[in-house]
Write a protein that binds this ligand. Structure first.
Ligand code: AKG
Length: 273
């Protein structure tokens, strides 16, 4: 386990396209995040919109998700990779219930993101429970970010936790994969072109996490696409994206309206396939 994100961690990220098990939250921050996530699941798990609320820009409707993105350890890691001026472009809550067969096939996130340059985007995946291969933790393919954009296909796999069921077409040699093992408050961090995936959760414990996608001030949507993002740190100088408002209250009608608007922008990206 690495405590915090330092130059050695950055070197590993640059070489391998990911780092695992970096301590980014304090115990108090992790406990608070977990308390909120438990409450969110308890109160809303049965709501038909629960899946949507977990899937896209959760920071716009759940203040505790935005707060996790503003934790000093998380900001330190994101700014070391992206530079000082950063926004939170997306976030999601990729939880797996005990016994869930929900999985993520091997994929590169950049495939459907349409943001340039890819180096201006990073994912910080923060564990809020113990996470391991035994409960559906992620695995990464070291160095795969250097392969460039690989062809993917969409599938109708209804157990896929990706909306398009996407998966890379290349054969994956699982022997080279590095499984992630995290405690609450630890994070894995990966590049948008790094191949990664995760299996279902055969255990009797929830797998709990928040996935945060940060962009630098210089990251821009590809021509024809519109995006929005929440200001996080540094100079607020990314003029290529609209700003997401910080939610004052969880799932308030104002926050849900703002989310609907952000979804309508991103719908252009989702409707092109
Ligand atoms: O949560 C998972 O198992 C995979 C999530 C993922 O693909 C991502 O955060 O980029």
């Amino acid at each position: 386990m690495t405590s915090g994100f330092d130059q050695t961690t950055l070197d590993h990220y640059t070489t391998d396209g990911f780092v695992d098990c970096v301590r980014l939250l304090t115990t108090e921050e992790a406990t608070e995040g977990r308390r909120h996530l438990d409450g969110f699941i308890r109160d809303h798990n049965e709501n038909p919109q629960f899946g949507d609320w977990c899937y896209f820009k959760s920071h716009m409707i759940l203040p505790w998700v935005a707060n996790l993105a503003m934790a000093p350890g998380v900001i330190n890691a994101a700014t070391r990779i992206l530079g000082p001026d950063i926004l939170l472009w997306n976030s999601f809550v990729p939880i797996k219930a005990p016994g869930s067969e929900g999985h993520f096939a091997w994929h590169q996130d950049a495939t459907y993101w349409y943001l340039t340059p890819v180096e201006g985007v990073v994912t910080i995946w923060v564990a809020l429970s113990d996470v391991s291969p035994g409960n559906g933790g992620m695995s990464f393919m070291p160095g795969s970010h250097l392969l460039g954009q690989l062809p993917h296909e969409m599938t109708t796999d209804n157990k896929s936790m990706l909306r398009r069921g996407q998966r890379v077409l290349n054969d994956i040699d699982e022997q080279n994969a590095v499984p992630s093992t995290l405690e609450p408050g630890d994070a894995s961090i990966h590049h948008p072109l790094t191949l990664h995936g995760s299996a279902g959760n055969p255990s009797d414990q929830w797998r709990m996490a928040v996935s945060l996608n940060f962009v630098s001030a210089d990251a821009i949507p590809n021509p024809g696409y519109r995006e929005s993002a929440l200001y996080i740190a540094g100079e607020d100088r990314n003029t290529s994206m609209e700003r997401d408002p910080m939610p004052a209250e969880a799932l308030s009608s104002e926050a849900l309206r703002a989310l609907d608007y952000a979804v309508s922008l991103a719908a252009e990206r989702y409707s092109d396939v």
